[in-house]
Design a protein around this ligand. Structure first.
Ligand SMILES: C[S@@+](CC[C@H](N)C(=O)[O-])C[C@H]1O[C@@H](n2cnc3c(N)ncnc32)[C@H](O)[C@@H]1O
Length: 297
């Protein structure tokens, strides 16, 4: 009820504060060549997020790791150093991301690291029961059928294996209010909201994450919400980060992407001047969820 009232007051679609973007068309979005390039240059924040969680998980050094939705492969490459006696396989739906990852992190420099495009939305093309760690960093906000994907990932875990998740909540009303104003200006249809499950759950909330992990047969070892005021050097850096990251989720074309996100960020700053500091730096609120889970025995 509270959410409904807030939505009406802010003029937002009902679920706008915790959307769940659809990700079924693998030819667009993250597969766009130019976006692959921009993501590589603007994914440092995502890398930092992943390492905050990785810092909480002990590694022996001989683990077999599956990095699901590895994107540009930066974090997979970092993890290959954590498991120098083990291995890392990065998989992604996006052909272009995988090609980029292979070029940036070649096997002569990273002998225990490999990348492969996943040909199945549910990873049925991967070996079962062998991974000591499966990570999915900033992926589950894009997954349309989280229960199905979580169950499938579980089948690839070894008996004592761990699943590590970082899920951005996207819970920033000002961001969605600005977005809802800017979409019509560019004649772009706002991304459709993926249908929630029958209990109206989404991986973008702590409650939803707990629900899906338990339904999929996991025992939760860590589940926490990390409130984050993500710092950006200046407005321009925040605009570029959105171009590199959010364009793919919303499928905004390269031709208009910069102008779209410039308008969006400027509008956010008008709506909430407190996100700007006197030294020119800006903060973007985007809380994340950390989860560590094992197979329920
Ligand atoms: C925001 S990027 C995250 C990339 C990387 N994990 C990081 O943290 O920088 C999301 C990635 O998830 C991939 N993805 C989304 N759904 C997927 C699925 N069902 N299977 C494999 N990859 C998926 C996209 O292609 C994209 O490269």
């Amino acid at each position: 009820m509270k959410k409904m009232l807030l939505s009406i007051v802010l003029g937002l679609p009902l679920l706008a504060q915790v959307p769940d973007w659809s990700f079924e068309d693998v030819k667009q979005g993250w597969n766009s060549d130019l976006l692959t390039k921009t993501y590589f240059h603007y994914s440092e924040m995502q890398r930092q997020w992943a390492f905050e969680l990785l810092g909480k998980v002990p590694f022996k050094g001989n683990e077999k790791v599956l990095d699901f939705g590895c994107g540009d492969g930066k974090i997979s490459a970092d993890m290959s150093h954590l498991v120098s006696k083990g291995s890392v396989l990065g998989v992604d739906l996006s052909f272009n991301m995988i090609e980029l990852a292979k070029r940036k992190f070649p096997s002569f420099a990273y002998p225990n690291l490999a990348f492969r495009q996943s040909t199945s939305l549910v990873s049925s093309d991967l070996e079962e029961g062998i991974y000591d760690v499966i990570s999915a960093f900033t992926v589950f906000h894009l997954v349309n059928k989280p229960l199905e994907v979580l169950k499938n990932l579980k089948s690839h875990l070894s008996v004592d294996g761990k699943l590590l998740l970082v899920v951005p909540t996207g819970n920033n009303p000002i961001f969605y209010q600005a977005a809802n104003e800017i979409f019509p200006k560019y004649g772009i249809t706002a991304p459709r909201f993926a249908s929630r499950d029958s209990k109206n759950q989404t991986m973008r909330t702590l409650e939803g994450c707990a629900f899906f992990l338990q339904e999929a047969g996991y025992k939760i070892e860590l589940l926490e919400l990390v409130e984050t005021k993500n710092p950006f050097y200046d407005i321009e850096e925040l605009i570029q980060w959105m171009v590199g990251t959010v364009s793919a989720n919303w499928n905004i074309s390269q031709e208009v992407s910069y102008f779209f996100f410039k308008d969006l960020v400027m509008r956010m700053c008008e709506l909430d001047p407190s996100m700007m500091s006197t030294d020119g730096s800006v903060f973007f609120n985007n809380a994340r969820i950390h989860a560590v889970a094992k197979i329920e025995k």
